[in-house]
Design a protein around this ligand. Structure first.
Ligand SMILES: NC(=O)c1ccc[n+]([C@@H]2O[C@H](COP(=O)([O-])OP(=O)(O)OC[C@H]3O[C@@H](n4cnc5c(N)ncnc54)[C@H](OP(=O)(O)O)[C@@H]3O)[C@@H](O)[C@H]2O)c1
Length: 330
């Protein structure tokens, strides 16, 4: 597949709430690699015809942001480098994309063969941009932000609610001697406990029963609580009540499922940091970050230009090469 055939459709979660049926429609006929994260859905296809067929099956796609060729590559590179994420420069997204590609390419098909060499270049370029432009950015992961907020736990065990992708990324960063793990599906909690123990064999790690009672009992004795599950009005009411029933204790709650549409029940809860508040805190951080992020975005454009010159090109011939792609926005 030549680079001009690369097609990308981008559904930003603030504009589109895609349902499982939409994702199935986008991925139908094995004509698209669909990467779904909590902030966006990215659909990758080969050729205008495939893109037209996706739009025919999923009319919403006509309103999605669309890229083709080198612009599509530059978008995928910014996406993989975390430059499209609200936590700019975050590292977890690269793992999510690699995992999505692993699952997609495990099922043999024409598209995975067509995309394979481009995806390998994308992964290589992502590592280079991260190493060259983003390595001194400071740790930009949800886990590092949570650690910064909580510091070393002093008032009892830390309760981690959830066992999905985000909980797995955050757990190793929690500085506590005792970790209580709760999730509604216990199998996933055991898997998370195994991962935590592998990395920190000396940490006390307790898997709690999957019942609501066991979770609330842990809320009443944990020093800090980190939630890596979606906000849920009914369950959250019980959590807030358990937290507020305690003596004032200076513990903190970091709720990473709590976005802009924050349930009113959380208003005024002592020690709470929501996902939105965490983004606000980051925005207020130094200008140095934005200079480095701008450089990294520029590096993504330059890599896309190189890739459009051929998979093995190692440097652009001159400014005329870059000028030819003046439409690629960093
Ligand atoms: N991944 C990220 O980079 C990221 C970044 C910022 C915020 N977030 C937010 O963090 C939350 C978790 O994301 P994730 O990426 O870890 O997703 P995920 O891998 O799909 O895991 C979802 C987690 O939430 C639990 N869950 C889902 N619906 C639930 C419900 N109705 N009641 C109780 N538990 C429920 C799941 O439990 P089961 O295991 O039982 O299914 C699992 O523990 C989401 O709200 C997401 O928007 C994620």
């Amino acid at each position: 597949m030549k680079l001009p055939e690369l097609q990308v459709l981008h559904f930003d979660a603030t504009g589109f709430q895609l349902q499982p049926a939409d994702l199935a429609a986008a991925a139908g006929l094995q004509q698209a690699w669909v990467i779904a994260t909590c902030q966006r859905v990215v659909v990758v296809a080969s050729g205008r015809e495939a893109r037209a067929q996706i739009v025919a099956r999923l009319p919403l796609a006509a309103r999605a942001q669309g890229f083709a060729g080198a612009e599509a590559y530059a978008f995928l590179l910014r996406f993989a480098c975390g430059l499209e994420s609200r936590l700019a420069g975050e590292t977890e997204i690269f793992g999510q994309i690699k995992e999505s590609w692993r699952a997609f390419s495990a099922v043999p098909g024409l598209l995975s063969r067509q995309l394979d060499s481009w995806v390998q270049l994308l992964f290589k370029d992502t590592k280079e941009v991260r190493a060259g432009q983003l390595s001194s950015l400071g740790s930009a992961s949800y886990g590092s932000q949570v650690r910064r907020l909580l510091g070393a736990a002093t008032g009892g065990p830390t309760l981690l609610v959830g066992a999905g992708q985000l909980a797995q990324a955050v757990a190793p960063w929690l500085e506590t001697r005792e970790l209580l793990l709760w999730n509604r599906s216990k199998d996933r909690t055991h898997e998370l406990a195994r991962l935590v123990q592998e990395r920190s064999p000396n940490r006390v790690c307790r898997v709690l029963e999957a019942s609501a009672e066991a979770e609330l009992e842990a809320w009443s004795r944990a020093g800090d609580v980190v939630l890596c599950v979606p906000a849920d009005a009914a369950r959250d009411a019980g959590r807030i009540a358990a937290w507020q029933a305690r003596q004032p204790h200076g513990g903190r709650i970091v709720h990473l499922g709590l976005g802009e549409s924050c349930d009113a029940g959380w208003a005024g809860v002592a020690g709470l940091t929501s996902l939105t508040a965490l983004f606000d805190m980051l925005r207020a951080q130094s200008d140095l970050r934005s200079v480095q992020l701008a450089r990294a975005r520029r590096a993504c454009v330059e890599k896309a230009v190189l890739r459009s010159l051929g998979p093995s090109a190692t440097q652009a011939h001159g400014w005329e090469d870059l000028a030819a792609f003046a439409t690629i926005s960093p």
